[in-house]
Design a protein around this ligand. Structure first.
Ligand SMILES: [Zn+2]
Length: 361
């Protein structure tokens, strides 16, 4: 089937200090920000009996995270304030959205996201390529946009984002790329929300600083941060609130889905029997990477469109379920070329939509 191109995705260019870029993002994406809050609010309300929490209680809970952001990353608290100002939403709602995984989502146990990376050893043009399928609630697909940001004290970056979240998935001019994959540790705490830690990684100037930021002190929980550098250094940094494991891509490739790969982190994984779908996606992606040593943008896109184990495939289509909070799909897929400094993004499922290039320079 020939992919159908959607209308072109919003591309927002931001420049200034942290508060200013937040405000510009909020202004340019006011509709997307508001819609993402409404989606999150209706999800929490629909589950209020089960989760024993409503949106108002979630906003009160979210405030407890704020002092930790202020202490360690005040610049990103400024960005959150700016997003609220620009979109004319309340700061409480924006903060709640960015802390929501810790407050609510961990209890839902959805699949979510497949990431992979290859370096010169596996690439036809000897480029370093990083790919990510963002699997999330179908309602948030409309809220996806691209950002180019020049922040006063950080390398300029190019990122995919949606709604009122801080940007996490992209790369910067220092050659650092990041993809985030949800993981499910038993341990978590009130601290710096994952979305803020992810934003901090995107501002790193070196690969060491990126890894250091992924394991920031007083983090609330953790993602797997797939961190890559244009030199070909590839890492999976598996994180929880108090533990982490650093896995190096010594063979020239890496993949990750939503279960821990290191034995240390597996020992603190919550309900691993719920994560079979993640194992299937991970193994499938890894096999498709290993089958050839001359990968390019197109071959990674082919992996992103894979339908083995449909609808819980790498290209995820699990939209048929009765419970709205169990529905998920690939809301966008991107391939980053760290040497050419380009992101190719397909908005929606990559099996149905064309990839469009976005350049940092
Ligand atoms: Zn598909």
């Amino acid at each position: 089937m020939q992919p159908i191109g959607k209308k072109s995705i919003k591309f927002v260019q931001l420049k200034g200090n942290h508060r200013e870029i937040g405000r510009q993002m909020g202004e340019a994406c006011e509709g997307e920000v508001r819609h993402s809050i409404e989606t999150a609010r209706s999800l929490v309300e629909a589950l209020s009996t089960e989760l024993k929490i409503d949106w108002e209680m979630a906003t009160i809970q979210a405030q407890k995270y704020s002092p930790y952001i202020r202490e360690y990353y005040p610049q990103y608290l400024d960005e959150l304030s700016g997003i609220a100002e620009g979109s004319q939403c309340s700061f409480a709602d924006i903060l709640t959205l960015n802390a929501l995984e810790g407050i609510v989502m961990d209890r839902l146990h959805l699949g979510k996201c497949t990431s992979l990376a290859i370096n010169q050893r596996m690439a036809r043009k000897r480029n370093v390529l990083v790919a990510h399928n963002e699997d999330w609630f179908p309602d948030d697909e409309d809220d996806v946009y691209m950002i180019k940001a020049e922040v006063e004290d950080e390398p300029p970056f190019l990122a995919m984002n949606y709604g009122g979240l801080l940007p996490n998935i992209g790369f910067n001019k220092a050659g650092i790329a990041q993809c985030c994959d949800t993981v499910y540790p038993k341990e978590k705490r009130i601290g710096i929300p994952r979305a803020v830690v992810g934003r901090a990684v995107l501002g790193a100037k070196t690969i060491g600083e990126a890894i250091q930021r992924a394991i920031s002190p007083h983090r609330a929980a953790g993602y797997n941060h797939l961190v890559a550098h244009e030199s070909g250094e590839l890492y999976n940094v598996e994180v929880s609130a108090r533990n982490f494991a650093i896995l190096y891509g010594e063979k020239g490739y890496l993949a990750h889905a939503n279960h821990y790969l290191s034995a240390k982190m597996q020992s603190i994984e919550e309900e691993p029997e719920d994560l079979v779908g993640s194992h299937v996606r991970y193994n499938r992606a890894l096999r498709m990477i290993k089958e050839k040593e001359d990968h390019d943008i197109a071959s990674l896109q082919e992996i992103q469109r894979d339908h083995v184990n449909f609808p819980y495939s790498i290209c995820c289509h699990a939209t048929h379920l009765a419970n709205p909070y169990e529905r998920e799909k690939t809301i966008c897929a991107l391939v980053m070329d760290l040497n050419e400094k380009v992101i190719y993004l397909a908005w929606g499922n990559p099996c149905q939509n064309l990839y469009y290039p976005f350049c940092l320079e």
